[in-house]
Design a protein around this ligand. Structure first.
Ligand SMILES: [Zn+2]
Ligand SMILES: [Zn+2]
Length: 147
């Protein structure tokens, strides 16, 4: 078999079967937290999160098994604007917008400080399995840049 072809197939499993965007790999604990029990059985212990806001796929694995957004235990950022951007302490986009409207950073900074503290459980409570600090900062600068 052609080696180039094999390599391409392997890298493909990191891309969402629905929208083709690059997924973010998540751990078992994150999947256990976010998936309803019946959906949990449909996917393996290591999976990828699709972070495209408009895409219905939430998680997918290397066998192209997909769990959709409506099979999660609750709404998730960035699939839903109302979902907390920080799963552990509940910072929402509205909080960040309020900071920007105030011309301050109090809410955003407090959330980032807490997310860096030992209490933070971002890698489980954030659907993408990463610290929410990156997403919080990205959203803040995106909004601020747009004002
Ligand atoms: Zn997708
Ligand atoms: Zn967090």
């Amino acid at each position: 078999m052609n080696k180039a072809f094999v390599r391409e197939q392997e890298s493909d499993v990191r891309h969402c079967p629905f929208c083709g965007s690059l997924g973010q790999s998540v751990e078992k604990a994150t999947l256990d937290h976010w998936l309803r029990p019946e959906a949990r059985k449909q996917i393996g212990d290591s999976a990828m999160f699709c972070s495209q806001p408009q895409c219905d796929a939430a998680y997918f694995d290397s066998f192209e098994r997909v769990v959709t957004v409506n099979q999660l235990t609750k709404s998730v950022y960035p699939k839903s604007d109302e979902a907390p951007i920080c799963g552990c302490f509940g910072l929402t986009c509205a909080d960040i917008d309020a900071d920007i409207a105030d011309g301050g950073v109090a809410r955003t900074r407090a959330a980032v400080e807490r997310a860096k503290s030992p209490d933070a459980r971002c890698t489980i409570l954030s659907a993408n399995g990463q610290s929410c600090v990156t997403e919080v900062q990205r959203y803040y600068f995106k909004r601020k840049g747009g004002v």
